[in-house]
Design a binder for this molecule. Structure first.
Ligand SMILES: Cc1ncc(COP(=O)(O)O)c(C=O)c1O
Length: 447
């Protein structure tokens, strides 16, 4: 079978799958999970035809896919994939560009540059900033935090690239007691040491309490959050950032999903975030682009470009080449689906989608409150944090809902007790889907 026929087969199967995302079980049933055994083959000696490989992937794999690209997946703020972004990925696969720099791929470098400009505009972050398109908020946090430490060390006269950390002045990191695990992971990988992190206590809503902030100086990186993972809350940027930067510290913001509130009428709690030094934000969550697409954004573009530089005699490039702004050297053009999503939605479309999800989250919270659930957060954006009458009932309802397969959402722990978290972030979620979710949860509460 030639290239084109195999691709047409894949496209037909993909279209068939997409046709069913509104009606499929959201999490695969036991039969579909058991069938995954069919993948447990020996490594073939001579190889199978592409058609048979695709057929196995589709017949066994599609049935066992979690329908996060559907309207009734409410776990983990994952979002679905907008058609324009997914289609751009499909074309990119045909190009198979190594999108390191203009020399490797003029088209990728050009489109990603436009995407970077649009991202700074729609998120209203400093227009002079650099944007690296990386695999995830985790990877982008590693890039930003390494630029942060390298810059603070340079200000103390320490050459991190040459001398490393041995004997270097200590750079401290301050994180909220509710910092996302991947920010802790990034700091751990970079050698900050979890026992040496300074912890900033949070208030009842999950925001850092400025009155309890540990001491900060010009050898400190403060990590703030735009969108706490349970509550969706924002740290008090205006109260914190000017004073922290005046002390010479570096402010990094994890805005994996919450930074998108800035593109909508939900912007007020994000005010002041633009004064930070660096930000991470995902495309693959609330912008609804395919995985993996995230951004490392740095006010001082040179700081990111120097930290991430990978120029070699055989591969020199401009400082804003993506290989010099991200962890990757060979890379897919992650900015292209992000560009395609922004181009298809426009500023208004992004704002409308974010606003719609926030409205749906508020309406869902109201319905659940009316059914006797406790809503544990203020529902400032798209997260609804829920508890039933007892811990046992909370867990039982979540398990029963998952088993039904009509929707999916995950567990969490809030202030030491079980809860569940409903994240509204798929472009496919209609008001009827919210109504169906609320009705199911009301039924389960009465059962
Ligand atoms: C608040 C927050 N920060 C960081 C991350 C990590 O993002 P990623 O999965 O893209 O690494 C997530 C999501 O999983 C998140 O919700």
């Amino acid at each position: 079978m030639d290239d084109a026929l195999l691709m047409a087969d894949a496209d037909a199967r993909a279209a068939h799958y997409l046709d069913s995302v509104a009606t499929r079980r959201v999490f695969p049933d036991q039969q579909a999970l058991a069938a995954l055994r069919e993948f447990e083959e020996e490594l073939p000696v001579s190889g199978y035809a592409g058609k048979s490989t695709l057929a196995l992937l589709d017949t066994v794999g599609s049935a066992a896919a979690v329908v996060s690209n559907g309207p009734r997946y409410f776990g983990f703020v994952v979002g679905a994939a907008l058609p324009a972004g997914a289609a751009a990925e499909r074309l990119m696969l045909a190009w198979d560009q190594c999108a390191s720099s203009f020399n490797n791929s003029p088209v990728a470098a050009t489109v990603e540059k436009v995407a970077a400009r649009w991202i700074l505009e729609i998120l209203d972050l400093p227009r002079e900033g650099a944007v690296g398109f990386g695999t995830s908020a985790t990877a982008c946090a590693i890039a930003c935090l390494s630029a942060a430490r390298r810059t603070l060390l340079a200000r103390c006269g320490w050459d991190f690239d040459r001398d490393g950390l041995s004997g270097a002045p200590e750079i401290k990191a301050v994180v909220s007691d509710l910092a996302h695990i991947t920010v802790i992971k990034a700091l751990r990988i970079l050698g900050f040491g979890t026992a040496r992190l300074l912890i900033a206590p949070t208030d009842d809503h999950g925001r850092i309490d400025p009155a309890q902030m540990p001491p900060l100086d010009d050898r400190t990186i403060l990590c703030l959050q735009a969108g706490e993972v349970n509550t969706g809350e924002f740290d008090p940027f205006t109260a914190l950032i000017p004073r922290v930067r005046a002390a010479g510290a570096w402010v990094h913001v994890d805005g994996a999903f919450g930074l998108w509130a800035r593109a909508s009428s939900q912007r007020p709690p994000t005010e002041g975030v633009e004064d930070a030094d660096s930000w991470t934000v995902d495309g693959h969550k609330w912008l609804n682009t395919p995985y993996d697409g995230a951004m490392a954004i740095c006010r001082d573009g040179d700081a990111l470009a120097q930290a991430m530089n990978s120029d070699a005699a055989y591969a020199t490039a401009s400082k804003d080449a993506q290989k010099n702004l991200t962890l990757e050297f060979s890379r897919r053009a992650r900015g292209i689906p992000i560009w395609a999503a922004l181009r298809s939605l426009g500023r208004e479309g992004v704002g409308e989608m974010v606003d719609r999800h926030c409205r749906q989250a508020r309406e869902l919270a109201e319905r659940l409150r009316g059914a006797g659930y406790e809503i544990l957060n203020r529902v400032v954006i798209n997260q609804v944090l829920v508890r039933a009458d007892s811990d046992e009932q909370t867990i039982a309802i979540r398990e029963a809902a998952q088993a039904l397969g009509e929707a999916w959402f995950g567990p969490t722990v809030w202030q030491g007790r079980p809860a569940f978290r409903l994240s509204v972030s798929s472009w496919r979620t209609r008001d009827e889907d919210i109504e169906a979710l609320a009705a199911m949860l009301c039924r389960l509460k009465k059962a």
